[in-house]
Design a protein around this ligand. Structure first.
Ligand SMILES: [Zn+2]
Length: 345
């Protein structure tokens, strides 16, 4: 360990370089390890020999007669060249060897090593600082195993990559950049001369019944016709299909203009857009009526785009179908908001 007094300027510089260590997004034990290294407080063999804990100050990894200092271990020891080569930073490490002295204070080169900027990221998404900290930590642990447990020295690059990636994605405090996309969720009018049919269902689970409803509007958003009914239905999906089927029946009876359909049930849209041999009877009926209507465009709409049909379906319907040639009072606000030009409604 460093025992000679350091010039004030050097101490200030080391403190400055070490300051960044506590900001690194790595586990606390690794930050502590870097802090010790930055202040030359890691018990390398040269120091252990100095205090008579071991018999030789030499590096037991490369078996040379060189004293094992922190600088030797992490920068000069040739045993780690394969590791640096596999990480594609061997050129930068060689350059570091040229500019530092073997017995230089670690605080002077640690900053350069941790902030190495290779030509490409060493591994995608994980910052090089995190990966290189894990490298140094793994070297230190492997070195300790060799010296104190007589286990052959080995640092697996795959293990270092796995450790750093696992930490970064599972425990890193970094902020993921959220990509947001603005989606307008207002009722979508059809292009003229089409009319839009919106259908919806409100399932009443304890009764196995559902209120089903729908509304036809033109390209100006004007109310043309609404309908609602109460039906028996074993599940919400079937209730949505029944609402669509009723809407198609009403269209055949009352609409002569081409149709577009929006429902807020994605499984129905997906099921009806694929030809399938195991259609339920309800599904087959819907296909048959859509064929009669010239296969109108059926699209998924967000619930916010389907508010009017939803409001009608929430109404307490009768078991016989009701037709609404005029909009009921309680849906007028929704109707007005849907035709308002303010897209943020
Ligand atoms: Zn060595």
């Amino acid at each position: 360990m460093a025992s000679s007094p350091q010039p004030i300027l050097t101490r200030l510089l080391l403190t400055f370089l070490g300051f960044g260590i506590w900001m690194l997004d790595v586990p606390p034990k690794l930050r502590h390890f870097l802090w010790l290294l930055n202040h030359n407080q890691l018990p390398a063999s040269s120091y252990l020999y100095h205090i008579r804990c071991i018999d030789s100050p030499c590096c037991l990894i490369c078996h040379s007669l060189t004293k094992e200092t922190a600088s030797h271990l992490f920068i000069y020891c040739k045993s780690f060249d394969p590791l640096w080569a596999q990480l594609n930073i061997i050129t930068q490490v060689h350059r570091l060897r040229e500019v530092i002295f073997e017995y230089q204070h670690p605080g002077m080169w640690l900053h350069c090593l941790i902030n190495l900027v290779p030509h490409q990221p060493i591994i995608p998404y994980v910052p090089n600082k995190v990966l290189l900290t894990y490298c140094l930590w793994s070297i230190w642990l492997a070195r300790n195993r060799t010296i104190f447990q007589n286990i052959p020295f080995e640092v697996s690059v795959a293990h270092v990559l796995a450790l750093s990636t696992e930490y970064w994605f599972l425990a890193g405090k970094h902020k993921t950049i959220k990509r947001t996309m603005l989606v307008y969720v207002k009722w979508k009018p059809p292009a003229s001369p089409f009319i839009m049919l919106n259908t919806d269902a409100a399932f009443i689970s304890n009764l196995e019944m559902a209120n089903i409803a729908g509304v036809f509007r033109n390209s100006n958003g004007e109310w043309l016709l609404g309908f609602s009914s109460k039906v028996f239905s074993p599940n919400p999906l079937e209730a949505e299909l029944q609402a669509l089927l009723l809407g198609l029946n009403v269209a055949i009876q009352h609409c002569s203009t081409p149709l577009q359909i929006n429902v807020d049930c994605l499984p129905i849209v997906q099921a009806l857009s694929n030809v399938s041999s195991d259609d339920s009877p309800l599904m087959s009926d819907c296909r048959c009526l859509m064929l009669k209507l010239g296969n109108p465009l059926l699209e998924y709409a967000y619930r916010e785009q389907n508010k009017l049909a939803h409001a009608l379906a929430r109404m307490n319907a009768t078991t016989t179908m009701q037709l609404f040639w005029e909009p009921p009072v309680f849906v007028k606000d929704i109707l007005r908001a849907d035709t308002n030009e303010d897209l943020s409604c």
